[in-house]
Design a protein around this ligand. Sequence first.
Ligand SMILES: [Zn+2]
Length: 443
Amino acid sequence: MRIIMKKIVPFIFAAQIIFVFVSGSFAQPQQQQNQPITVIRAGRFFDSENGVFLPARDIIVKGNLIESVGENLPVPKGATVIDLRKYTVLPGLIDAHTHLLYLENLQGGLTMEGMKALTIEGTPLRALRGAARGKTFLLSGITTVRDLGNSGRFGDVALRIAINEGTVDGPRMYVSGPGLSSEGGQFPGLQYNYKSIADEEYRIIHGADDARSAVRENITFGANCIKIYSNNTPNPTMLSMEEMRAIVEEAHLYRVKVAAHATSDVAVRRAVEAGVDSIEHAYQVSDETLKLMKEKGTALVPTDSDFESFKYFVENSGGTQKLTDEQIKQELKFQQDRLKRALAAGVTIVAGSDMYIDMQRPQGDAAKRVLFAYLESGMTPVQILQAATINAARLFNNPRLGAIKTGTFADIIAVEGNPADDFNAIEKVRFVMKNGKVYMEAK
Ligand SMILES: [Zn+2]
């Protein structure tokens, strides 16, 4: 009996899959006919692919996709019209480096706050809090995030599922699961006897074979990107070249992209040589390594601080050191200089905030300040908005993201004013649509 069952069950299962496939594809045109149609009238329109602001455009949204974009389009029968003629309309913004399930007290520090998140907060509560943070990202106009670890064991996957099924409101999520790191993760000072605690927040890698297993493990349990720590600052060690090459090869086999935390020039160079898709931070990167990034098409995600946020951090993080505005500017000069050098080298910039500090304001608003850091480094508004839309979409290899054109997801935001003239407009979000659903209605 059991043997027979074994033979039959896989057959039924396979047959069901075929049925779903076939009926799914045949049912689609009919479904599309019944999908609601919305016409958005945009006063000004950001064409992210060409990097230009265009005058008034109409956008026709059908279901969750954009059907067409043009001038003075006729309103289809039964369509809803949304009037955004007062505003500038942009693709939903993308933040390529978030940690929705981790929020650090300003006066905390990585080890103690990390331990607290693991041992006292716990993954279920982190995911619930992450859900609330996710909503603030959506309402600040960030409709997609790439969440790179520090979420316990797959708390990020749980949050993505809850968002996608509509249980909670939040941005689209790429999630990495636990980041792949050498011993100790990012917990300096951990006692040897308790080193396994790091494995609750990171995936500690022991050799190339284990690295491949870790990639398969993360993908199996729901990750759709891979995060590695070329060097796991502030701890002193690095992943080996063999480990990183194995990770990249394995992830790319499943068409999954690899993001590498790398702060020192050596760590950046090794990760680039191993073939990762993006480098996060790269504070100490040399011109020579930037040249290699340009050659290999490796994107840079500069998780930088703007003046206002850094000043707030300095004044509220409990340190005895008081800095003048001039000193704060000096402190920021180093990261600004490296972003300028990256731009000069022609490296693709993708926006990512890494905003995991509690700035006593909605987390999405705090994260969006990274765009002002880029402005202060001399990037133009168009360059910044491309970094936060089309460049990110290309890094994720998702042609449905980062642009408003036929066939892309209806992820559309509107801001008051013209960001090209006054970038502060980007803080005045007046309308948010994600996947065809309105989350903030225009007044
Ligand atoms: Zn980070």
